[in-house]
Ligand binder design. Structure first.
Ligand code: ZN
Length: 465
């Protein structure tokens, strides 16, 4: 053996070591610690890879990962589901897709965790009510900042439509949860899907990293399973956390579809794809904020008319509380009721828009009124500049406010205090501003005057900031 030979051997050893280190197969994220994963994400983020390559790389990191149906929840401080917010050791079909998506969009570990929560929760607000439980009804639309529905683009003339009623109320009832005051309303949702028998005809338009929802024939729900598309040259695989295999596996495209076709429960598939341009501004609206701010039902959803004119701009710095002084117990439907209040304000009062910035119905639902940046209106004489006008629907001289209205009122005030940096001392009732009125009515005033009204808001502000 001469020196040259030895040098050659040493070079081979070095090459083998380098190749071994670069080989992705050994980097199973479900076996690695946070520091190792952080370093790997940082390394990959510096590579000039298209998003599909990242999806391929990160999806591979979980091949063989153990399956766990209840892999993730709302974290240890949650009221209903204390499973961890993030679990890389075990995955289910949905958490698997979410984790791979979030990794593909991130530059380091903490970034990944934040993006993940923005994908799992509506506006990233962590809680049972805001979790994107339903893939097609909640998750897809809440993630329109990063995902496009490409079903029609792929299935073209073979795309079918399906409409179903989605009920969070029933969903939570099935979990024995009855005390979420601000859950999403029951609604009809229509989706696109491609029938199983037609999928092979359109498979050339699939891309690595496409997120798949398996559509089932069932009441009140669309998706039965979530999977990722992986293409290796001409071959296509579904990569998914499989309950039956009890781990994350690759399934050959045609074989898997043939298997599904034997079960009449499965109808077809819908496809979603990560955008090439992510709308980060939409994603980090509530970045990392815990607890549940009040969902506000937008003007468009209650059929508000267009403001007659632009409003006068102000900076919100105080909140005044009102009632409509119209007895209201739910008839006519709240949309009509709001429309008639707005019509009265615009047509009889000659105001540009509904007077109030927010309105709260008996179910505790909050509706967006006049844009917050515009000064409100009043029939009485007091300084409206900087005031956020919050109106509880009803006549509380004669009626009692509902407990859900009070709860929402507290939460809405909390959000306004945090987001608009309004001081807790700057909450007042209309009647405190002027004695020309009884508004917001003696029964509501009694609730507001209770010690725990302000204390509860104080506590909510404390836990949310
Ligand atoms: Zn008032």
């Amino acid at each position: 053996m001469n020196w040259r030979w030895l040098g050659f051997l040493a070079a081979i050893v070095v090459i083998i070591l380098v190749v071994w280190w670069l080989l992705p197969g050994d980097k199973a994220y479900y076996k690695m610690d946070v520091q190792e994963i952080d370093q790997d994400i940082r390394r990959i983020s510096k590579e000039d890879w298209p998003i599909q390559e990242r999806m391929r790389y990160y999806s591979e990191r979980f091949l063989g990962a153990p399956y766990e149906l209840l892999a993730e929840g709302d974290g240890p401080y949650a009221k209903y589901d204390q499973a961890p917010l993030l679990n890389l050791k075990k995955v289910n079909c949905m958490t698997y897709c979410e984790i791979v998506m979030a990794l593909s969009l991130s530059d380091y570990y903490a970034d990944f965790n934040n993006i993940l929560q923005n994908i799992r929760y509506d506006k990233g607000i962590i809680g049972m009510a805001t979790r994107n439980h339903y893939t097609m009804a909640d998750w897809k639309s809440a993630n329109s900042w990063c995902l496009d529905d490409v079903t029609k683009q792929i299935g073209r003339e073979d795309t079918r439509k399906l409409e179903r009623m989605i009920s969070h109320q029933q969903f939570f009832a099935s979990k024995d949860i009855y005390d979420i005051p601000l859950m999403r309303r029951d609604r009809n949702v229509t989706i696109d899907y491609i029938p199983l028998a037609k999928l092979s005809d359109h498979s050339d338009r699939l891309r690595t990293g496409d997120v798949v929802a398996l559509i089932q024939d069932a009441e009140g729900i669309f998706s039965a399973h979530m999977l990722l598309i992986i293409k290796v040259q001409e071959k296509i695989f579904f990569r998914h956390a499989s309950m039956s295999a009890d781990e994350t596996i690759d399934s050959e495209f045609r074989d898997y579809i043939q298997g599904l076709e034997k079960n009449r429960r499965y109808l077809g598939m819908s496809f979603m794809r990560l955008k090439s341009e992510i709308n980060w501004r939409a994603a980090d609206h509530y970045y990392g904020k815990f607890n549940t701010p009040v969902p506000v039902i937008p003007r468009k959803e209650w059929g508000a008319a267009v403001p007659v004119n632009e409003g006068e701009i102000h900076t919100p710095e105080a909140i005044t509380l009102h009632h409509t002084a119209i007895e209201y117990t739910g008839t006519p439907p709240v949309e009509e009721h709001l429309q008639s209040i707005q019509a009265f304000h615009q047509q009889q009062k000659g105001w540009i828009d509904i007077a109030y910035h927010f309105l709260i119905d008996r179910d505790g639902q909050v509706y967006q009124g006049r844009p917050l940046r515009w000064v409100g209106d009043s029939s009485t004489d007091y300084d409206l500049n900087g005031k956020v006008l919050v109106c509880v629907l009803g006549n509380f001289e004669t009626q009692e406010p509902s407990s859900l209205q009070i709860e929402s009122l507290k939460r809405l005030c909390t959000d306004l205090i945090i987001e608009q940096q309004i001081s807790l001392q700057n909450i007042s009732t209309h009647r405190e501003e002027t004695d020309e009125t009884l508004c917001p009515g003696k029964n509501l005033i009694r609730e507001i005057d209770k010690d725990d009204f302000i204390k509860d808001i104080e506590e909510l502000v404390r836990v949310q900031t």
